[in-house]
Write a protein that binds this ligand. Structure first.
Ligand code: ADP
Ligand code: MG
Length: 409
């Protein structure tokens, strides 16, 4: 059953887990739990420093065939050399070729599509309009932020439409001129349904984090959206992973695409130290978490919980125990989530408790640890979660609690 090779087990790598922390309430959760298909043994791995990640660019942004004002904005952001995906996709995108970009998170995909789009718009402001579809609200806001800095003083305008915000305001916003529309599929289709957003004047489409969107069940929204884009002539699709199940759909979306792969397309998270923590029946799991995060190297930690209720509970208990924490999940307003994320980014809180959906695409550098409070439902979810740490060439750490009661082997 275990067909993926794992490094040898390192159980009890943290001494505090060898002792049995009895005294928990032992209460079982009343709701029916979705059963994880994950074999915990796959989650034990020693980090390998990934040296070959270092990409040596052949040129600077200055050498690229781009508008001088756009270049100035790029430099103002502190970017000097393109990342690999930015370097290798630029010419194809400037020519209007469809593209599949396969690259892990943190490889600079946002710039890879925004830079050529902005450049093309500068020479054709009137008739170009782009739609950027992303799976989550946080990601949409990040793309908008990146667009704003890249298009500073260029006279291009973006609008961002995400769930959890005021629909009326979105509809007002759509009456103004927008060059770029950024949004999540649900809200975008909602606005289309209200005749507030038109799809027939969009010529450029970006599907970012395509694999996530499919995972989150947006496939029909995407299909409906694409059908309405009668003027679409340039499509870019970015994904961390591309597998055979997506192939047929991708073929219908793209026209003779060039494919640029920066990674193998399989996220391996080689630079992340991964281990499991077995929780015996009756052990106080929360106390174990508390012991774990009291470690000095636990500076910036994301704790994943399966449900909103659980995320809420963990964050509250952590705060009560004197560990500064915040939470992001679907029951929190967009405003709250954004503030929580900012507090976490700037170090005001040490722990961010999140559910899967809320945390997708979050780009916070320096996350030292990812902790799965429960076993994620599947390997894909696991891979995306732990990818929040070990970014930018750093070694990250991931721990997964495994409830022995649920995993009798
Ligand atoms: P991805 O979409 O692939 O996950 P992002 O576009 O979010 O990656 O970029 C990850 C981080 O790298 C961001 O903080 C971004 O500002 C930064 N970044 C992107 N391109 C460059 C570059 N050419 N030079 C330096 N930093 C960059
Ligand atoms: Mg991205």
């Amino acid at each position: 059953m275990n067909n993926i090779k794992t490094k040898k087990k390192r159980s009890g790598s943290n001494p505090s887990f060898n002792k049995s922390n009895r005294g928990g309430s032992g209460r079982r959760q009343p709701r029916k739990k979705a059963v994880s298909t994950l074999d915990p043994n796959l989650l034990i791995k020693k980090a390998v420093k990934v040296e070959e990640e270092e990409y040596v660019p052949t040129r600077t942004f200055d050498d690229m065939p781009l508008d001088v004002n756009l270049k100035a904005n790029i430099f103002d952001k502190g970017f000097r050399f393109p990342t690999k995906i930015q370097d290798e996709t630029l010419e194809a995108l400037l020519e209007g070729t469809d593209l599949i970009g396969v690259a892990n998170t943190g490889t600079g995909k946002t710039g890879a599509f925004l830079i050529p789009i902005i450049n093309q718009m500068l020479s054709n402001r009137k008739s170009s309009k782009a739609l950027i579809v992303v799976p989550t609200r946080e990601l949409a806001l990040q793309v908008e932020e990146e667009f704003k800095s890249l298009s500073h003083r260029l006279g291009l305008y973006a609008a961002c439409f995400i769930g959890g915000t005021n629909l009326g305001r979105d509809m007002m916003r759509l009456r103004k001129r927008n060059h770029i529309i950024i949004g999540t599929p649900g809200r975008l289709m909602d606005l289309v349904g209200r005749d507030a957003l038109r799809m027939d004047d969009i010529n450029t489409l970006v599907l970012d984090e395509f694999d996530r969107m499919l995972d989150m069940g947006f496939v029909n929204d995407i299909k409906r959206m694409v059908k309405l884009m009668s003027r679409r002539n340039h499509t870019m699709l970015f994904s961390a992973t591309v597998d055979d199940t997506q192939k047929a759909l991708i073929d219908t979306l793209l026209n003779n695409p060039v494919e640029v792969k920066v990674s193998s397309g399989k996220t391996t998270n080689e630079n992340i130290d991964q281990d499991i923590i077995r929780v015996a029946e009756g052990e106080d799991k929360f106390q174990m978490l508390l012991d774990l995060v009291s470690g000095e190297d636990f500076q910036k930690v994301i704790v994943f919980a399966e449900t909103k209720r659980m995320a809420d509970k963990i964050a509250k208990k952590l705060n009560q125990s004197g560990v500064k924490s915040d939470q992001i999940h679907g029951n929190k307003s967009q405003n709250y989530r954004q503030n929580a994320l900012n507090r976490f980014k700037n170090g005001q809180v040490k722990i961010l408790v999140a559910t899967d959906v809320a945390a997708r695409g979050i780009d916070v550098t320096d996350v030292t640890h990812v902790i799965n409070y429960q076993l994620p439902l599947n390997f894909d979810s696991y891979v995306h979660r732990i990818g929040r740490t070990g970014r930018g060439g750093k070694v990250g750490k991931a721990y997964t609690f495994v409830d022995e009661a649920d995993n009798k082997q």
